[in-house]
Design a binder for this molecule. Sequence first.
Ligand code: ZN
Length: 318
Amino acid sequence: MRGLLLAVVCASLIACSSAPHCNKQPRSTWAEQTQISADISQLASDEFTGRDTGSEGAALTRHYLISRFQQIGLEPWQGDYQHPFSYSASFSDQLGINIAGVVLAHKPTSQWRVVLAHYDHLGSKGSRIYYGADDNASGVSGLLQIAQHAATQATDVNLLFVATDAEEPGLHGGYALVDTFAKKNILPQTSQIELVINLDMIGRPDRRKAIYIEGARRFDSYELMQQSMTQSNQLCVKTRHPRAFDGSVISVDFLRASDHYPMHKAGIPWLYFGVPTHKDYHQPSDTTDKIDISFVAVVAESAYQLLIIDSFLLQYSP
Ligand SMILES: [Zn+2]
């Protein structure tokens, strides 16, 4: 009984510890909301026509991302921002191009942490454009905010920022990245990566104003990681996705839902940040005017905290 009572008390403590800030407006400190708004508006613009892999819109997107990476002061990864890869789809070879930049630690170290966000989306069908403001212009704008801040700080670990391509047709940019980490003379090597943070759809919070984090249970000190993420901005964090927006139970396989899955299969520690699916998911109606810019700012700041916490807090059991 006592043991049970203790277990119940512990369980409820853990449960309530993850909900202290919910249903409240979290506050950001350094993230630039005007820049987030500008990045999302541009990425989800008519001009970029839904950023379908291989399209003219995707090429314009890459041009934009490279100029932002240069503006922020990210170094090209392995001497280049563009990292082409091929993958087969519908019985033919397709070409994708990841965009990658780094912030090196202020003292030489072999430790690396990685931030991912896919920039591709569904393109257009006839005159209907799938703008993908939440999926995933929001995640890319978050990645740019984190990179911009990290570039002004003296970080203790090396940071790699990758805007991946061809996520929608099959996580191909993520798989290409894992293949690259396994190649000789490439930094980081798979074993040197302490953490991968994947940002995919972080702009449309539910009424709880919560960000949902998948992968938490594989980190031995997750509770401490979450405290460091939320202590300054009171962000509501949940580690279990709710029912679908219309109350129905759609079983989304969040493990396989985005670019963190290739990392998972390679045994690389990962966390996936996202909001629940909403009625505009994969619709032309996923537009910039519906994005909660202040929420994107807070999520970016929380994710950044995980790039600077001590490595011993990142003990991982795959
Ligand atoms: Zn997505």
